[in-house]
Design a protein around this ligand. Sequence first.
Ligand SMILES: [Zn+2]
Length: 406
Amino acid sequence: MKYLILVGDGMGDFPVAELAGRTPLEAAAIPAIDELCQKSEFFLTHTVPEGFPPGSDVANMSLMGFDPAVYYTGRAPLEAAAMGIHLAPDETAFRCNLVTLDPGENDQVTMRDFCAGHISNQEAHTLIADLEAACATATFHFKPGVSYRHLVVFKGEHPGIVTVPPHDHIEKDVTAYWQNYRTEPAWKELLDKAGAVLAEHPVNLARIRAGKNPATQIWLWGEGKMPSMPTLPQRFGISGSMISAVDLLKGLGVVGGLTVVNVPGATGYIDTNYEGKAQAACDALRNQDFVFVHLEAPDEAGHQGSLTDKLTAIEDFDRRIVRPIITNLRNRQEAFRVIVTMDHFTPLALRTHVSDPVPTLLYDSREVKKGSGLPFSEKTCRKHDAVTGNRLAAGHQLIEKLLRHE
Ligand SMILES: [Zn+2]
């Protein structure tokens, strides 16, 4: 038996006026998922426990079967794990975004762009290397990641500064947060130096000339120490792989005991290497029991507020991830159980995450029983949930539904 969890990050949404009141998931053409629906069980999955922010870290940790209330320490340490960075007990990892901040009058600061125009790896790595050379101290070090997503590793007592995710404040006044970041002298010095390095940097000057957002500052958030948890192989006696473009998910794979597959050309956006990811999943399932395939693109489209990109991302998820993997397993005559879901909603209207329970389908290739025949959507899963009471007490129990079925 093969087991799969296929995740379209941030795929859930609210009804959209341009779609005549339908959600992107309802409006998108998703024939492969529609076909699974004929024989699928629907759920609503509470991926974000009460009191937690609806981050991809918390939500995907739930989907991987780990209770965030027990194991969650922060997003950045998971990304550190993905990057092969070992954190000592006295070290804390912070996510370091390259962002575009606009200065205004009276020291006012606006978060123009949380990702510095999706800056390229090559440009970002030049900036991070120069930041490390100019700003690193005995307590702060920069570690390069992907595009706008990097890390700062901090040694010593946590300064107690409240950090916030930059993507929650797109085009908003962040003056109060910015001033708060600068209350601690060592942090103020770090941010001042970083701003000076970035201000006249040739990479940024070239970006401005090309009409792109420059990386004017670093923004630290998502901090934590390394978590410790029993792995999926230890808990369920399975072997498996994580297939994702983003470090957060790769880190969850590392701490969860999965093989992390690096797919060339996986970008975390709508131009990702879909075929490579689908092929990697099929290859992993030749020798292993389980794959977790994560597609970042619908979430990024949600943050950008782009309806067109979100529809494209959902349709590509169906046509270029779900369809080829299912077809491959059928051609190999493998019995399989697959969950198709998302970690959270990233509504286009809000351009950030919300905690609503997520639509989820579970399909078993061996079962002949008919499903509801309804399409896979926020509405139908909600309706099904209300009618059947087929509810999971917590999102981290979903994986047990998938794996412990006999
Ligand atoms: Zn997410």
